[in-house]
Design a protein around this ligand. Sequence first.
Ligand code: ATP
Ligand code: MG
Length: 435
Amino acid sequence: MAQVLKRPNGTEDVTPRDIHKWYTVEQVARNVAESYGFGEIRIPTFESTDLFCRSVGETTDVVQKEMYSVIAKETQFTLRPEGTAGTIRAMLQNSMLNDAMPQKVYYLLSCFRHERPQAGRLREFHQFGLEMVGSAAPCADAEVISLAKSVLDTLGLKNIALNINSIGCPKCRAEYHKALRTYFEARKDELCETCLSRLERNPMRILDCKSPICGEIAKDAPVILDYLCEECDTHFTQLKSYLDTMGIAFTVNPKIVRGLDYYTKTVFEFVTTDIGAQGTVCGGGRYDGLIEQLGGQPQPALGFAMGIERLLLTMESQGCDFLQPKQCELYIAPMDAAAVPKAMEIAQSLRAEGFRVEYDLIGRSFKAQMKYADKLGAGFLLVLGENELSTGEIKLKNMATGESTACKLDETFTDTFANLAISAMFSDTLDGIKF
Ligand code: ATP
Ligand code: MG
């Protein structure tokens, strides 16, 4: 027998059994983003490699170690490792940045990074993210953070800490880089090879190194907050006061630098300790230099991305509610082949009214059909035998209560079923989810 092939390491399947969990996150994300005036954008899964080198940054882990790149027909492409670069590229290419500001878009997409797979760290993962372009004001930072928090709250998540920091602008960083270089030079021999090369080109990246030794050395490194220029300092102070106004609790963590080079000023993370080491469920910040770097007119901008798998892991570990899976509302059991055409006809007319209807497609015995209807969790059962076909008199059995209702298979049937179904309260509703 041929061997069943396995999916690649670090990827996951989502089957119909679990898809309602994804719908929950996606629905809440969309609703909240739209309530803040963000519109959905869809971008390609791959872009020219150059786009990520120019935006994410040549000295980041993502570009140095994690990109899936291919040369196809002599052009180099990369599967997107994140959503911001492609989104800004698309906003420029579609002239969105000539329109009224701010421009606000959100996305739900897959990302690809060649990392060591573990719980909460995959090679193909999914993000809900958004970008706001055109505002340099600190209230925009507060708005974006409040949106992220609202998504987490609506999903029912608890114990999620918000950490914020400012990593300044190129102006404050000149001084800071000097201080960092002096600090790390002294312990140069202990740094990993990647960090050694970062020392000259981008010493801040050393603070984000995942190697425990570099991490240990970085512990006592100078912090950027001591080097902020006046403009960046005022921006950060304003943001903190807006967060207070909005009642959003936060901790200033001067160690956060984030893994992508394009950030300026505000950076933030929402972190939980409930799912082990990979506890950052959301990361974001301001990136005022990126658009110019990608060839556009300079525009301030900011955004965040949430890892959907990490959100789901946290929701599961905290016992959060999910949207109910959609179940079969009526199962029709034809007793023999002669009843199949009628079953088809009933199913079609109810489906046209929006009901979820199934009937036997295998030619199972009556007993096996009952078992199957049970397994499906069908709301109602309709048995179609010779008698039902000839008289048009049928019974609809409510599978939860066991109660049977007699009715006629005529033009009133659809309405009769609709009334019964409504009173049985089939719920497509967002059980347990507050809006
Ligand atoms: P980490 O420090 O955990 O590697 P990151 O700084 O690389 O995160 P970002 O690039 O900011 O992450 O991506 C935003 C979010 O996407 C993260 O906060 C996380 O929730 C999720 N994420 C990032 N990488 C992965 C991955 N390999 N697998 C699953 N989720 C991920
Ligand atoms: Mg990472």
